[in-house]
Design a protein around this ligand. Structure first.
Ligand SMILES: [Zn+2]
Length: 81
């Protein structure tokens, strides 16, 4: 069983205060070099949930976005007048 522990530090995507978490990851997906892990962490300052995408391989942060946002990437819709 593959297992890794990563320490993440980032700024809360809602209030901007620094926060962090130590996360344990395990599973066969870790064998994948481009594996991404996903976790929800509540901010200790504003109590909003941060959704964090990171690489369990090296603990690099990939993306942080608020829990209220259902779609990860907003696709701009062109408008024609
Ligand atoms: Zn916050």
């Amino acid at each position: 069983m593959l297992q890794t522990e990563v320490m993440l530090d980032w700024a809360c995507c809602v209030c901007g205060r620094p926060m962090g978490a130590t996360l344990k990851c395990e599973g066969p997906g870790l064998a994948d070099k481009d594996a991404k892990a996903y976790v929800k962490v509540p901010c200790p300052s504003c109590h909003h949930t941060n959704q964090v995408i990171f690489s369990p391989d090296d603990g690099a942060l990939d993306d942080v976005f608020p829990d209220e946002e259902p779609v990860r990437y907003k696709i701009p819709v062109p408008s024609y007048n």
